[in-house]
Design a protein around this ligand. Structure first.
Ligand code: ADP
Ligand code: ZN
Length: 210
């Protein structure tokens, strides 16, 4: 099954994508994580992406489309995959179509801008492995320490309040039109994001079965 998770930055699509990924035993492909890993490794792609990410802007379409084209060619995508954070623009969605990649369903996690702005301030990520946590909603077992690898938990630079506002603006302008794009194809399933992650998960799993 090929699934896309859509939603505003901080809506919790990454968390839901990981849960569905485990349950259905298919990989999650997060363009955000791939780009941050490249940035950490100092690759040319990472260097190119840095200024965009730090400013809350989208990385150019050709860069992310290239990332996805390479990643989807890997063996572990043969039985399906979950895309988290791609496509984020209409040209990116059209590029998927042009690659001949069929999408079975699109799960859109809806959360208000106000709730997102509040949530983002509590978000923390592992410096070493990229796992994400939240000071209130998804606490690590030990404060400031990654459950998965013991790495240090930090706030992402682009989770700073001013940058979050810019990212929400970009989301409404560039990404939200994808809802209509996939609605027209009959692929869109809307999940109202809940305050409690487990409640959202229940709705997501239902949307996977509808
Ligand atoms: P979030 O979903 O919380 O916004 P991500 O980790 O998905 O965070 O993305 C972080 C940043 O990486 C984005 O703000 C953007 O700069 C870049 N990025 C990730 N995916 C894409 C994409 N599909 N197109 C363009 N830029 C992207
Ligand atoms: Zn970690």
């Amino acid at each position: 099954m090929n699934v896309i998770f859509l939603g505003a930055p901080g809506a919790g699509k990454g968390t839901q994508a990981e849960i569905v990924s485990e349950k259905f035993n298919i990989p999650t492909i997060s363009t955000g994580n791939i780009i941050r890993a490249a940035l950490k490794d100092g690759t040319p792609m990472g260097l190119k992406a840095k200024s965009y990410i730090d400013a809350g802007k989208l990385v150019p379409d050709d860069v992310v489309i290239g990332i996805i084209r390479d990643r989807l060619a890997a063996d572990d995508c043969k039985n399906g995959f979950i895309l988290d954070g791609f496509p984020r623009t209409i040209p990116q969605a059209e590029a998927l179509d042009a690659m001949g990649v069929g999408i079975d369903r699109v799960i859109d996690i809806e959360v208000s801008d106000e709730a997102i702005a509040k949530r983002m301030s509590g978000r923390r990520v592992c410096k070493a492995c990229g796992s994400s946590y939240h000071l209130e909603y998804k606490k690590p077992k030990t404060a400031g320490v990654c459950d998965a690898c013991g790495g240090e938990l930090v706030q992402r630079k682009d989770d700073a309040p001013e940058t979050v506002l810019e990212r929400l603006k970009v989301y409404h302008a560039e990404t939200e039109p994808l809802k209509a794009f996939y609605e027209k194809k009959g692929k869109l399933f809307i999940v109202e994001g809940q305050e409690d992650v487990a409640d959202t998960t229940a709705l997501t799993l239902k949307a996977m079965e509808d």
